[in-house]
Design a binder for this molecule. Structure first.
Ligand SMILES: [Cu+2]
Length: 119
């Protein structure tokens, strides 16, 4: 294995570990990045509430699966993030929660919303 390939492989392995630990989310995870999977369905963002830890990068992995929804964008006002959600395409949004509390996110019209509970 060439050194570059090796580093890449290691990075991918770490990312995979981070993802599975963040999903368990009950106990504090030593992993750096916290992966959160969100799906836009006819009911809105699912799950409607997720939990993460402060001061660790969060990777929101969002896929819009519903066509007849107003949630064609995701807006995290507190973090100045606004991203389109094309139907059936997975969009990744990265940010680092700075403090404990609740981060609200919503569609562009601020109607369909969800929350990220930071602890
Ligand atoms: Cu909307």
């Amino acid at each position: 294995m060439k050194p570059m390939t090796r580093i890449l492989t290691l990075t991918l392995a770490l990312a995979a570990t981070a993802g599975s630990l963040a999903l368990a989310s009950a106990a504090p995870a030593p992993a750096r990045e916290q992966k959160v999977v969100l799906t836009v369905t006819k009911k809105g963002f699912e799950p409607a509430a997720v939990r993460v830890f402060a001061d660790r990068p969060v990777r929101l992995v969002v896929t819009r699966k519903a066509e007849g929804t107003c949630a064609t964008e995701i807006v995290l006002k507190d973090y100045g993030i606004q991203r389109p959600l094309p139907l059936g395409k997975t969009v990744e949004v990265r940010f680092t929660p700075k403090k404990a509390g609740t981060i609200r996110y919503a569609c562009a019209m601020d109607m369909i919303a969800g929350k990220i509970v930071v602890q």
